[in-house]
Design a protein around this ligand. Structure first.
Ligand code: 5GP
Length: 188
């Protein structure tokens, strides 16, 4: 492996406080209205789980998941993603909250927003835990945002490197190992 887990960027307590704040904003926004929270697998799994459990008891929320993967190198420029697992829910006429781990170039989220808008939900909002504004290539409208972070590759709290380190409770910077040939960010 070319990377190791580096310093903590956002610790678990800070994440938990932020998730609580986001849940309050979301509960206020959907007050009295049922909505479907759609988590993007696998990165958003812990974020979605913590977020919906922080909502007040009278909040009417259902959850569903989508899994996406890149079509390969060309995807990075086109933003076309392959739907590996689609929603079980028909979102037509429903209020939908898209929940994603991290907004980087914006290509994935802008593609997903367009795809879901095409299914005629009553409303579509987006919540991201992390935002790397310096890497943005397309504008993406985000309604609820956790943290803006610098242009570093991060792992933990659902975010992986090669499938590992999703289980870390805090968010860490992934550090290139000394002597490793690969000094670029893992997903470049
Ligand atoms: P975007 O399409 O916005 O460039 O990329 C979004 C996806 O890239 C995220 O859902 C995530 O899978 C991956 N990604 C972007 N930045 C990071 C990062 O710093 N760490 C990890 N683990 N994944 C990232």
């Amino acid at each position: 492996m070319d990377y190791e887990v580096g310093k903590v960027l956002i610790d678990d307590e800070t994440i938990s406080t932020k998730v609580g704040e986001l849940a309050s904003e979301i509960a206020n926004c959907y007050s009295g209205k049922e909505f479907v929270a759609v988590g993007i697998l696998k990165g958003a799994i812990f974020f979605l789980a913590d977020l919906v459990r922080s909502l007040p008891q009278d909040c009417r929320v259902k959850i569903d998941f989508m899994a996406v993967s890149s079509y390969g190198a060309s995807t990075k420029s086109s933003g076309i993603v392959k739907i590996v697992k689609d929603l079980d829910t028909d979102i037509k006429g429903r209020d939908v909250l898209l929940v994603e781990d991290i907004l980087d170039t914006g290509l994935t989220l802008s593609y997903l927003q367009e795809l879901l808008r095409g299914r005629a939900p009553r409303s579509l909002r987006t919540c991201v835990l992390l935002d790397k504004p310096d890497r943005r290539r397309v504008d993406v409208n985000v309604d609820f945002k956790g943290f803006s972070i610098p242009d570093e590759f991060v792992v933990g709290y659902g975010l992986d490197y090669s499938g590992y380190w999703r289980n870390l409770p805090s968010i860490h910077v992934a550090k290139a190992l000394e002597g490793s040939a690969n000094k670029t960010q893992p997903k470049e």
